[in-house]
Design a protein around this ligand. Structure first.
Ligand code: UDP
Length: 312
């Protein structure tokens, strides 16, 4: 698995190993953190290799599945590293597909709701082709994922590789980087410190937040399915960023106020997955309520403390 030390990757490793699979985790730590894999230290089913998957790689022995999660998924991170973001979606995906091909292994790509850009269709259904600015600041992420999807389908069509594509919507939970700029860690950190919650724009833009355990369950089901076209994985409960700020204030009991800041360029106005296909094809839907998931997330952030520690 690439991106094994990342937020979603590390939870996916836990799930796979919990189910008895042996996992070789790869990560170059550009955004991942060794601490996310601490719980697997000494586990005979887990092996780790520090590796940048933009470099070709070989793996000894049998490989049944290649799971490509490596990516810089936070806008703050990909604004800072646009070329690395394009590389891991293009060269990284190519190397992982080649690995799968050599071993005749199944292949899973974790793609993104960003493929829909600032969507003109709501909620987003997999058959919608999206509204992406190809030269905007988010294009390094959006377009590399769209390319990764195209490449995955090409390997399926040209080589008969058993591929799956997940389009992941906003996901949250323990092991997010506290300082990665995304709205969940940003608001939780600010609330815990009693600082104003930074709402970008007027806060009327919407998002739908899926707890990481639910998301990983969707990925696990998808990787064993025969579905070759993209499947949305996310929580359909949609709310404005202002409503979300209110939730965080309520759960943390903070008296923190709101501070309005400029809306980042090309920030999608609405986002909510249509998960009809995931329900039909995978028998999957999210189970964890936002309040419950946020409590677990807040507990985690309280435990790890400062952003400096969280980066470790
Ligand atoms: N956002 C915000 N304050 C923050 C961070 C993010 O209001 O401190 C907004 C952001 O503009 C976006 C939404 O929250 O509309 C989700 O942003 P995030 O960076 O988490 O992920 P995105 O869904 O944009 O990829």
């Amino acid at each position: 698995m690439s991106g094994a030390a990342g937020f979603i990757g590390s939870h996916f490793c836990d799930r796979l190993i919990g189910e008895g699979h042996a996992v070789l985790g790869l990560d170059n730590f550009i955004t991942g953190a060794a601490r996310n894999l601490e719980q697997l230290g000494g586990n005979p089913l887990f092996e780790f290799r520090e590796w940048d998957v933009c470099e070709p790689l070989e793996v000894e022995g049998p490989v049944d599945g290649v799971l490509h999660l490596a990516s810089l998924a936070s806008p703050t991170d990909y604004f800072q590293h646009p070329i690395e973001t394009l590389d891991v979606g293009s060269a990284g995906t190519r190397n992982m597909l080649e690995l799968a091909l050599r071993h005749r292994a199944r292949f899973l790509l974790t793609s993104t709701s960003e493929c829909y850009g600032d969507p003109a269709v709501h909620p987003q259904v997999e058959t919608y082709w999206g509204n992406v600015n190809p030269v905007g600041v988010r294009s390094c992420y959006d377009e590399s994922k769209r390319y990764a999807e195209a490449l995955t389908m090409a390997y399926h069509r040209a080589h008969g590789l058993a591929t799956n594509i997940a389009r992941i919507f906003n996901t949250y939970g323990p092991r997010m980087q506290l300082d990665d700029g995304r709205v969940v860690p940003a608001f939780v950190d600010q609330a815990l410190k009693g600082q104003p919650l930074t709402v970008f724009g007027d806060g009327s833009q919407t998002r739908s937040f899926c707890y990481v355990r639910d998301l990983v369950d969707g990925l696990y089901r998808l990787m064993f399915s025969e579905e070759r076209y993209p499947v949305n994985l996310g929580n359909p409960r949609e709310m404005t960023i202002l409503e979300f700020a209110e939730q965080i204030r309520c759960i943390t009991g903070t008296s923190a106020t709101l501070e309005f800041k400029a809306l980042p360029e090309d920030d999608p106005q609405r986002r909510r997955p249509d998960i009809g296909k995931a329900k039909r094809v995978l028998g999957w839907e999210p189970k964890v309520r936002l309040e419950e998931g946020l409590r677990e997330t807040i507990e985690y952030f309280e435990r790890i403390g400062s952003p400096a520690l969280a980066r470790g």
